[in-house]
Write a protein that binds this ligand. Structure first.
Ligand SMILES: [Zn+2]
Length: 360
């Protein structure tokens, strides 16, 4: 009997040592709404990018984004992705190599996509609209916020005003600054006061979605002010410009978001509590169509709208760059991957397996 206990004790020590092998202590999860894998891996699309109808003062799209070689073209569009992430991280989803990332859900629009990323599984029965309904599923953010180590150190920022419901802010206690929320509290920084003011003065083109610079700068300021251990940032512009058939604005937003992500990464890598202890995972909630008519839309009537991508960078992720092996991944695999990086088992058995290639 004693021998068995001794053996069990060794196993437990072994498991603990394994968990401590990971260097990740903080997570930054980023999403770009409806950003196509086609642009991520091939740059601006020849079907849509042209200067016809452009106002000269806005510059030339072809000059800024076009090159006949897709490898150069994607660098022009997303220099951080194809510089730092390609050198030090991983990019999944280039279907030219049979490296497939898809939605696990079959809806191919936003709430089901975000639910899948955040809770680890598709829930087509219950999550089948974009309505402002509190998510019945517990997300990875909520599970972490229940743990002493992370309580009060989990925060979310989003451009779309449905995020407080997707994260179930009410039940989870995870603060969500989304839509046209301003920064509140009696210890506002000068930066937060300025963003609050500008957000009221600059209305933007949409009802339920604010322009991404507001989301970005609130989130960036929260990193400096609160040092959250788990931060979720959901950019939204790409999807809304695409719905409006504004390809120029869509690719400008993609390029700007790439710069935002670079700023996030450089900021955390300059702070001792984050440097070389933070993993950043970036993905999208759904894909979109591929023709001049269908690229603006998504949903289950558009064949390609379930095709997506995932990127990652961090101390526990091998620097494989663009992933070229054949295989199938889902955005529903991210939740368990994040828990494994933090040295924990994901508490929901319905969640899909972790992406093992992402963890050293
Ligand atoms: Zn959409």
């Amino acid at each position: 009997m004693k021998k068995i206990y001794l053996f069990l004790a060794f196993c437990l020590v072994g498991l603990q040592a394994k968990a401590q092998d990971y260097k990740t202590e903080n997570i930054i999860l980023v999403t770009l709404d409806g950003m196509r894998w086609q642009e991520v891996f091939n740059g601006a699309d020849s079907l849509m990018v042209d200067d016809t109808g452009m106002i000269a003062s806005q510059g030339s799209l072809l000059e800024e984004f076009w090159h006949p070689d897709p490898l150069q073209r994607r660098e022009k569009l997303m220099p951080f992705f194809w510089g730092t992430l390609a050198q030090e991280g991983q990019l999944y989803g280039n279907r030219a190599y049979g490296n497939y990332v898809n939605n696990a859900n079959s809806m191919w629009f936003s709430y089901p996509g975000y639910n899948e990323v955040l809770s680890g599984f598709a829930d087509d029965e219950r999550i089948n609209s974009n309505s402002k309904i509190n998510n019945p599923n517990v997300t990875l953010l909520e599970y972490l916020n229940q743990k002493d180590e992370y309580k009060g150190k989990v925060m979310a920022f989003g451009s779309w005003d449905v995020f407080p419901y997707i994260v179930n802010e009410e039940r989870s206690g995870v603060p969500v600054n989304a839509g046209f929320d301003i920064a509140t509290g009696d210890d506002l920084t000068d930066v937060e006061k300025t963003i609050n003011r500008l957000q009221k003065e600059i209305r933007g083109p949409w009802g339920g979605v604010r322009l991404d610079p507001f989301t970005h700068h609130y989130a960036l300021e929260s990193i400096k002010k609160h040092q959250p251990k788990v931060l979720y940032i959901a950019y939204g512009e790409t999807d809304d410009w695409a719905h409006g058939n504004k390809y120029d604005q869509y690719i400008w937003s993609a390029k700007q978001t790439d710069a935002f992500i670079q700023e996030l990464w450089e900021t955390v890598q300059s702070m001792p509590q984050y440097k070389d202890k933070t993993t950043m995972i970036i993905t999208t909630d759904h894909g979109r169509g591929v023709t001049k008519r269908t690229w603006t839309g998504h949903g289950d009537a558009i064949a390609e709208a379930g095709e997506i991508w995932i990127a990652a960078i961090g101390p526990d992720t091998p620097a494989d760059g663009e992933m070229k092996e054949k295989g199938q991944w889902h955005s529903a695999m991210i939740a368990r991957t994040i828990f494994q990086l933090l040295g924990m088992e994901y508490p929901d058995s319905k969640a899909e397996p972790a992406i093992q290639e992402m963890i050293r």
